[in-house]
Design a protein around this ligand. Structure first.
Ligand SMILES: O=C(O)CCC(=O)N[C@@H](CCC(=O)O)C(=O)O
Ligand SMILES: [Zn+2]
Length: 352
């Protein structure tokens, strides 16, 4: 009996970093010491599946149809729904049930944090891309550098995609949404918005500045169509309602198994767009949010409402319609503790 590819990832990663596995882990990630390993390469239906590293799996059809697709998950270790979704797609490829015609790089981002059941171990890995990993030596710094290296080694053809799958810490008024990384002078893509809508994702946040996230890295460095994709709320392994993700699962499978994806016409009414107005970084030890833990992403407060204090500095709602995203008072100093977004009309975007 073969190990499943997720359990194999955990076993391989812990071998590589020469650390013992914790005695008790969730069943979904507990390696079976007696099970057969995947080795370094498998061939299924004329497609080679290469195991470049723990959690770094390249699917290489004999005659690729033109797209290079990166699908990553587990950059935050406790965001389990995307990890289970990617595992299931991979299992179907490895068993021959899903025939792939595009080149695909699957990544399980942070196996150490997956085992810990935490967002990260030493530091938030999704702040360490575009070279930021050079400023430290933790395992997360090392892993971010390796992930950049593997993405660089993978991208070869000109049509490039990267869907970095996450879940949010809080509930969200719009359960699924994406962060569209800052495109610099490039237009927003109608076909990508339509693909996302077919995934059941109709809410889009436009980031208006460079960041050190994984998706921005692929967009900026490799000219990929890339997104941070938020698929609901963090849950422990085995407790996700995977029926919430059937559209995402179906569209990712179509993307990698069809030579040319048949999408409906672009329809502006399918998308609601938010512009990031303000990014509030934590500056002091005394950063506080002035609303409850259970207040959902996209909640709107009245103008003047005191959202947060950072030492003596106050952050209030400045404009009608501002909504909160990703509030987190526990972030390291210098990191983003809150985003404020506002709806904008799709007509205002440069679209192609
Ligand atoms: O729910 C939260 O507070 C965070 C969820 C999450 O991990 N979001 C990503 C967004 C990355 C981006 O801005 O593209 C993150 O914070 O890394
Ligand atoms: Zn995340």
């Amino acid at each position: 009996m073969r190990q499943d590819v997720l359990k194999w990832t955990i076993a391989r990663y812990f071998e590589a970093i020469q650390q013992p596995l914790p005695a008790s882990l969730p069943a979904a990630i507990t390696p079976d010491p007696k099970a057969e390993d995947w080795g370094t390469e498998q061939v299924v239906h004329d497609t080679t599946i290469e195991f470049w590293d723990a959690g770094v799996i390249v699917v290489e059809p004999k005659q690729p149809a033109g797209k290079d697709v990166v699908i990553s998950c587990g950059v935050h270790g406790n965001e389990t729904a995307p990890i289970e979704l990617v595992r299931d797609i991979l299992q179907d490829i490895l068993s021959g049930q899903l025939r792939v015609c595009q080149r695909v790089l699957f990544l399980f981002g942070n196996p150490l944090a997956m085992v810990n059941g935490t967002r990260f171990v030493d530091t938030n890995m999704n702040r360490l891309f575009s070279g930021a990993h050079q400023q430290g030596t933790s395992l997360e710094h090392q892993r971010a550098a390796q992930l950049e290296h593997y993405v660089t080694r993978f991208y070869r053809q000109s049509q490039r995609f990267h869907y970095d799958l996450h879940t949010a810490i809080r509930d969200s008024a719009f359960e699924k949404f994406v962060i569209y990384p800052f495109p610099h002078d490039n237009p927003y893509r109608k076909d990508q918005l339509t693909f996302l809508a077919e995934c059941g994702i109709h809410t889009v946040l436009l980031n208006q500045a460079p960041t050190t996230t994984f998706s921005y890295y692929s967009v900026r460095t490799h000219q990929a169509n890339g997104f941070t994709v938020e698929l609901g709320k963090v849950q422990p392994f085995g407790e996700n309602d995977m029926s919430r993700f059937t559209d995402v699962d179906r569209m990712l499978r179509q993307l990698i198994s069809q030579p040319s994806l048949q999408l409906p016409e672009f329809d502006p009414n399918r998308h609601q767009i938010f512009d990031v107005q303000r990014t509030i970084n934590r500056e002091t030890d005394d950063f506080k949010l002035h609303f409850a833990e259970n207040v959902a992403n996209f909640t709107e407060f009245e103008v003047g409402y005191l959202l947060a204090t950072d030492g003596s500095k106050e952050y209030r709602v400045e404009q009608a319609g501002e909504r909160i995203i990703f509030p987190n008072a526990q972030v390291e100093k210098g990191q983003r503790a809150l985003l404020l977004v506002k709806p904008i009309a799709l007509e205002q975007l440069k679209l192609v």
